[in-house]
Design a protein around this ligand. Structure first.
Ligand code: URA
Length: 434
């Protein structure tokens, strides 16, 4: 016998359309009914658009998040002797920070259960990057995840189908109905997964600038405040850093290219912005769980973080010594004029890497492990006309033309202003704790 429904989808949609707040029972019902298929995609699409246009008050966002958590399982790490802490980044170009950060924080004494995603659009996904390591497996059972955490202190893997299934359906629908950009929907989507994951503490890296999906710093701060509030209400110690994504992070964008750069950081080298942000986030994560007597910068230098990385990659079937894949073809793009690089547009670089095959345009599509961009000079560097600016890598040389098109005007080269300062966002725009 079919279930008697507590509400009709049309009345819930009409309430939000007419700018009313949804009641707790309406929210619980609509999320549950959508997850089990009793609310159709076209009905949920209308409700999502009404939420995007008319917003939600904080009680509604909190209840919506709880309903998404309750749509699936809640993980527990009570068997671990170490405190758990995770990091989530809203995503950006060249943002490979999770790769060195998770083993680093584990080397300092915390446990890092990092459930990650795949890339969609111009920002890369952590799992796509790690899958360029021969043999490495993203999908683990809950038991395997616990074992890797116990043995290595950190695990990076795909979220299982049982974790916040409402979000999986909603996210796919938002992606095709132009409703991704609503702050209540972004905050509840991210936080439902992080709370269900069972971490005791969380550091959020909310990106802002041209290469972030919250390019406006004020919107990024608002999103950070909402997510910190949701975390705290759920008993997860949460802080957020709003950080710069006006220019790419590091000197690579692409899967195997970013793994290579992350390994350089774990070996005590690597680009200074990656090292600075990795150490900064590690300090924040360790502080949230009360570990203040270990210096993460030292753990990068003395090889302890690298030891955890090697153990963690091996535990998931990967060979940390294997040669990383490289693309079949490459092409160098040179500077058009001489001078100082004054700006570099992260979005244009991200789009070019995506067009070269590093990213996907539809869920489920394969990505090229070796595709992407190496950046030879960044803002502040002096270049001569004709000097290499980027090297493009791809298995499909037909992609070079469109990638080069994306890179048109991606840098400005000129004279350094009189005060010697380049106009760009600081690495940390704001730290948000409430
Ligand atoms: N990442 C998520 O998991 N959900 C969003 O809505 C946006 C980014």
């Amino acid at each position: 016998m079919s279930q008697v429904e507590a509400f009709s989808a049309a009345e819930v949609i009409a309430a939000k359309r007419d700018r009313h707040s949804l009641t707790d029972p309406q929210i619980d019902w609509v999320i549950d009914a959508y997850t089990r298929g009793a609310v159709a995609d076209e009905q949920m699409s209308a409700l999502l658009m009404a939420i995007l246009l008319n917003g939600m008050e904080s009680r509604e966002i909190s209840r919506w998040t709880d309903a998404m958590i309750n749509s699936g399982e809640r993980m527990s790490w009570s068997a671990l002797s170490r405190p758990t802490v995770d990091k989530h980044s809203t995503g950006g170009v060249g943002d490979k920070i999770t790769l060195p950060l998770a083993p680093l924080v584990a080397a300092c004494g915390a446990a890092v259960p990092q459930l990650s995603g795949r890339g969609l659009g111009h920002t890369g996904g952590t799992l796509d990057k790690l899958e360029s390591i021969p043999g490495w497996r993203a999908s683990l059972s809950n038991e395997e995840m616990l074992k890797v955490l116990q043995d290595c202190g950190a695990v990076i893997c795909a979220a299982g189908a049982g974790l916040a299934p409402a979000d999986k359906k909603l996210y796919a629908l938002r992606d095709v109905t132009a409703t991704v950009e609503a702050i209540p929907l972004i905050a509840s989507s991210i936080m439902s997964k992080k709370i269900a994951e069972g971490t005791s503490a969380l550091v959020l890296d909310v990106k802002t600038g041209a290469g972030a999906f919250m390019s406006d710093p004020e919107k990024a701060k608002e999103l950070a405040h909402v997510m910190v509030g949701l975390g705290k209400r759920a008993g997860v110690k949460t802080i957020a850093l709003v950080t710069a994504m006006d220019i790419p992070l590091g000197l690579t964008a692409g899967n195997a290219l970013e793994v290579r750069e992350s390994v350089e950081v774990l070996a005590g080298g690597g680009p200074s912005d990656i090292v600075e942000l990795t150490v900064l986030l590690a300090r924040e994560m360790l502080e949230t769980v009360g570990i203040t007597n270990v210096d993460p910068a030292e753990m990068l230098k003395n090889g302890k973080a690298m030891d955890v990385w090697r153990q963690m990659i091996s535990a998931q079937g990967g060979d940390p010594d294997a040669k990383l894949p490289t693309a079949k073809e490459n092409l160098t793009v040179t500077a058009q004029s001489s001078g100082t690089i004054l700006s570099m547009d992260a979005m244009k670089v991200g789009l070019a890497a995506w067009r070269l095959g590093a990213g996907r345009s539809r869920q489920g599509e394969a990505v090229q492990a070796g595709a992407g961009i190496e950046i030879h000079s960044k803002p502040g560097d002096v270049v001569a006309a004709g000097a290499p600016l980027y090297t493009l890598h791809t298995d499909t040389p037909a992609a070079f033309a469109r990638a080069q098109e994306s890179l048109t005007n991606s840098v400005t080269i000129g004279d350094l202003p009189k005060d010697g300062k380049i106009d760009r966002l600081p690495l940390v725009v704001e730290r948000i704790t409430d």
